[in-house]
Design a protein around this ligand. Structure first.
Ligand code: AMP
Ligand code: ZN
Length: 463
């Protein structure tokens, strides 16, 4: 019997069985990137974990409707776009493109929707109007604020009591315009020289929290199943999302709140503001295999902190090499006499499913795979392994590779590389050397080195 899926809910601090509102479908919202810079691999810890959750739910036969926002207007974007002399869209375009390239390198499945804040201003105005009508707001110097005192449940996610809710150390320049420092801005009044939208709320732009409430409810409904993010999102971002959404609708906003712990560098959170971050391209340029980076990020349970180390990625790489060698052996060697592998696969499957159903215990799920790998290697060494047993073992590892997003180096990567090489050859024939070089660089970034030989183009993976 497949065990029911239990997930840790930040709201209750307990494991809870996954209940979906629509039968057989999971509606899930994921806080996405703020596109004023390249994402760092700390961010990708969150995105690969969310991808693994998505894949596991699909592996269990659930349909997933996932939405990830793209924050393409905020203070930092406005500041940096102005410094670059670009409009918002021109400035964010390159970071959005880089973000999707990075997701591809890490084999993250695409969500169903990637709504951009700047494309959903009307929905945010509507939500703000509902809050104004409900008496949850006040206006001050052209901005609209949410009055926290008007929402009794404030603090329930972060488990704050009223006394413990101190304003953060960082006080905004316009803080003095609020009645209570904990109140947060829904709509920011236009500032001189900054981009703005002319709306019934006055000229200005949306606050960050408003965007996630408006866009999640637009695509997923007023109540949905799962909301994810990193632990730094719990307060104030998700607390504020709950306040805005529930104050407007009078309904529960989200049933399961899931948060992943941080990726650390030398014991400190990897973050843009600390400057201690690696971008994915930096790591690929050092010759790291993106499969190993992904595997490393998923190898620890998501609610435990993970320290980023080069040895950690090297260990991930050697685990993948063992897996690749084993899968190659599985197809290369001929079938022999039957042994006990049918039972070993059944045990591994049960362990794998139980581990993932237990709050996505990825390390235990991987251990079930490597135990099976060891048993199967030993059986093959003894001359055991019928065609049917090999098929069952292969099917188990197909599932493991799907849930963990481990590309098959021969089938998946090979096909992708061959397609790019064919495009490069075409460009070279057309004497479009700029495109040909760009494709070579793209392959290099994926860890693929090309060699032009008299027999044609050969490729190999950087070790
Ligand atoms: P940001 O672009 O900072 O809003 O972050 C995007 C996502 O990455 C959010 O879900 C954050 O919680 C998450 N995140 C940021 N830093 C880290 C980190 N060091 N480790 C894991 N997740 C992170
Ligand atoms: Zn968000």
């Amino acid at each position: 019997m497949t065990p029911p899926i239990q997930l840790h809910n930040t709201m209750t601090r307990r494991l809870e069985p996954l209940r979906t509102i629509a039968h057989g479908q999971v509606r899930m919202y994921t806080c996405g990137p703020t596109v004023y810079d390249f994402a760092h691999i700390g961010n990708f810890r969150a995105y690969t974990w969310e991808d693994c959750l998505r894949r596991f739910l699909k592996h269990r036969g659930l349909q997933v409707l996932q939405v990830m926002n793209i924050t393409d207007v905020d203070d930092k974007i406005i500041r940096d776009a102005a410094a670059a002399g670009l409009g918002l869209d021109d400035f964010t375009a390159r970071y959005i493109e880089a973000f999707f390239n990075d997701l591809d390198h890490l084999n993250v499945e695409r969500a169903e929707h990637y709504p951009r804040a700047t494309r959903h201003i009307p929905q945010m105005i509507d939500l703000c109007n509902r809050l104004i009508e409900g008496g949850h707001t006040y206006a001050s110097e052209g901005s609209v604020y949410f009055r926290i005192a008007s929402f009794a449940g404030y603090g329930k996610l972060a488990h704050l009591d009223a006394a413990g809710m101190k304003p953060g150390a960082r006080v905004e320049a316009d803080e003095y315009t609020k009645d209570d420092p904990r109140d947060f801005v829904l709509w920011k009044a236009r500032k001189d020289g900054e981009p703005f939208w002319d709306t019934p709320l006055g000229p200005g732009r949306p606050g960050w929290h408003l965007e996630c409430s408006a866009m999640s409810m637009e695509y997923l409904g007023e109540t949905f199943d799962i909301h994810t993010g990193g632990v730094d999102n719990i307060f104030p971002h998700h607390e504020n999302e709950i306040a805005q959404s529930e104050a407007a609708t009078g309904k529960p906003f989200v049933n399961h709140w899931l948060h992943c712990e941080h990726l650390l560098v030398d014991g400190e959170k990897m973050s843009k503001s600390k400057g201690n971050f690696y971008r994915l391209v930096d790591l690929l340029e050092r010759g790291m295999d993106p499969r190993a980076i992904r595997y490393f990020l998923l190898s620890a349970h998501y609610r435990k902190q993970l320290n980023f180390t080069l040895e950690g990625v090297a260990q991930a790489k050697s685990a993948l090499t063992r897996l690749d060698d084993f899968l190659e052996r599985l197809v290369r060697e001929p079938a022999t006499r039957p042994g006990d592998l049918t039972q070993s696969v059944a045990t591994a499957r049960q362990r794998f499913d139980a581990a993932l159903a237990d709050d996505l215990n990825t390390s235990e799920a991987l251990a079930s795979g490597f135990d099976l790998l060891r048993e199967a290697n030993a059986a093959f060494d003894r001359g055991e392994g019928s065609a049917e047993e090999r098929r069952l073992v292969g099917a188990f590892f197909d599932d493991l590779r799907y849930v963990f997003g481990i590309k098959d180096p021969v089938r998946d990567i090979g096909l992708e590389v061959e397609a790019l090489i064919a495009r490069r050859e075409e460009a070279r024939r057309a004497r479009d050397f700029a495109t040909a070089d760009a494709i070579r660089d793209e392959l290099l970034a994926k860890g693929i080195i090309l060699e032009d030989t008299p027999q044609g183009v050969r490729w190999k993976q950087k070790s």
